[in-house]
Design a protein around this ligand. Structure first.
Ligand code: ZN
Length: 75
């Protein structure tokens, strides 16, 4: 299952608030159920990586956000 850009932006906001408060549950961007599993695999300061999985609907996504000035370099 792929998420569109709007849903990715939405889930990124949720993950950002989850990082501020890791005990809060994250809502699944696909089915809306609470309890999304978020695993932070980020390689800071280069990139943020989150593995997202939902036990309710089977969502399995990776969220990748390039960080820093190198993110603007295409080659
Ligand atoms: Zn779900």
């Amino acid at each position: 299952m792929a998420l569109d850009a709007n849903k990715l932006a939405d889930v990124y906001r949720r993950v950002t608030s989850w990082r501020a408060n890791p005990e809060a549950s994250v809502q699944c961007p696909a089915c809306g159920a609470a309890g999304l599993t978020v695993i932070d695999r980020s390689a800071r300061p280069y990139a943020e990586w989150y593995a997202l999985s939902c036990p309710s609907c089977g969502l399995d996504e990776t969220l990748h956000i390039p960080l820093g000035p190198s993110a603007q370099i295409a080659d």
